[in-house]
Design a protein around this ligand. Structure first.
Ligand SMILES: Nc1ncnc2c1ncn2[C@@H]1O[C@H](COP(=O)(O)OP(=O)(O)OP(=O)(O)O)[C@@H](O)[C@H]1O
Length: 240
C-alpha cells in the first residue's frame, strides 16, 4: 500500500498570484525513505504541511495511509496526525516547561493509539533516548538546558514514540556538523526500519541526499502555472 498517494495537488498561499505547489503525482510506498530537495522558498515546508494535514489542498487529491485528507475536518486531521505521524519540525517545537522525558512522551498524551503502542511510556522514551545517545543525566532536565544537537535527538525520540507509520522531517539536521549529522541520520534510519516507518525528509542540503535510496527534486515535480492576469493588467503588460 502507498503511504502517500497524491494526484493533481494544488496549493496557493493567500495573496500569491501563482500556485505555490502544483504537483501532478507523488506516490510513496510503505517503508520508503524519501528525500525531497529544493531551494529555499521552493515549497518544501508547504508540502510537508499538506502531508501532515496542517494545510489542505485547494484542489486535487491527497491520501495518507489510504485516507483522503481533503474529506476530514480540522479536528479529524489533528487526530489522524497524532495517531499516525511523527513530525520533526525545523525549530523542533519542544515545550520549554517540560523535561526531556516529558517532551518525548507528549504524543502518547494526544493519541491513545500511540500510548498503547508505546506500552510503558517512560521505558519507551528511555529506550529511544538510549538509542539516540542522549545521556541519562539530562533526561529530567528542562529541554532549554540542552544543546541544539541534543534537542534534535529529543525531537526525533518524540516523533518515534508509539511507532507512527509516517515520519516527516523538515531540515532537522541544519544545525549539525557533518559527523553528528551522519550519526543522527543513521539512528533515524535504524529506528524507522525497526518500526517499519516511512520517512519523508526535506532539506536544501544536497549532501544529505546520498543517505537516501530515493531523492525527488521538488522543482522538477512542482509545475505551477501563473493565473491569467485580469484584463486591465494584461493590456498594460502588452504596452511597449
Ligand atoms: N504563511 C505564509 N503566507 C504566505 N506565503 C507563504 C507562507 N509560508 C510560505 N509562503 C510562501 O510559499 C513559498 C514556499 O515557502 P516554503 O516555506 O514552503 O519554502 P521552503 O522550500 O520550505 O523554504 P525554506 O527552505 O527556506 O524553508 C514561498 O514563496 C513563501 O513566500
Amino acid at each position: 500500500m502507498n503511504v502517500i498517494q497524491l494526484r493533481d495537488l494544488c496549493y496557493r498561499w493567500p495573496g500569491q498570484t501563482r500556485d505555490t505547489l502544483a504537483i501532478a503525482e507523488l506516490q510513496v510506498p510503505q517503508g520508503e525513505h524519501l528525500f525531497i530537495r529544493g531551494a529555499s522558498g521552493s515549497g518544501k515546508t508547504t508540502l510537508l504541511n499538506l502531508l501532515a494535514g496542517i494545510l489542505i489542498p485547494a484542489s486535487g487529491s491527497l491520501a495518507i495511509l489510504g485516507k483522503d485528507m481533503g474529506n476530514m475536518n480540522g479536528s479529524a486531521r489533528d487526530r489522524f496526525r497524532a495517531d499516525h505521524m511523527g513530525v520533526i519540525f525545523q525549530q523542533f517545537n519542544l515545550l520549554p516547561y517540560l523535561s526531556v522525558l516529558e517532551n518525548v512522551q507528549l504524543p502518547c498524551h494526544f493519541s491513545a493509539r500511540r500510548k498503547q503502542q508505546a506500552g510503558d511510556m517512560q521505558a519507551s522514551a528511555n529506550r529511544l533516548l538510549d538509542h539516540l545517545g542522549l545521556e541519562e543525566g539530562l533526561r529530567h532536565r528542562s529541554v532549554t538546558d540542552l544543546s541544539v544537537g541534543q534537542q534534535q535527538r529529543v525531537a526525533v525520540a518524540r516523533a518515534l514514540i508509539g511507532s507512527p507509520e509516517l515520519l516527516i522531517a523538515d531540515e532537522p539536521t541544519s544545525a549539525l556538523d557533518t559527523d553528528t549529522r551522519n550519526g543522527f541520520l543513521d539512528l533515524l534510519f535504524q529506528e524507522a526500519e525497526a518500526q517499519g516507518s516511512t520517512i519523508i525528509f526535506v532539506s536544501h542540503d544536497p549532501h544529505i541526499a546520498s543517505h537516501f535510496p530515493r531523492v525527488v527534486d521538488l522543482t522538477e515535480i512542482n509545475t505551477p502555472h501563473p493565473s491569467p492576469l485580469p484584463q486591465g493588467e494584461r493590456e498594460q503588460e502588452a504596452l511597449p
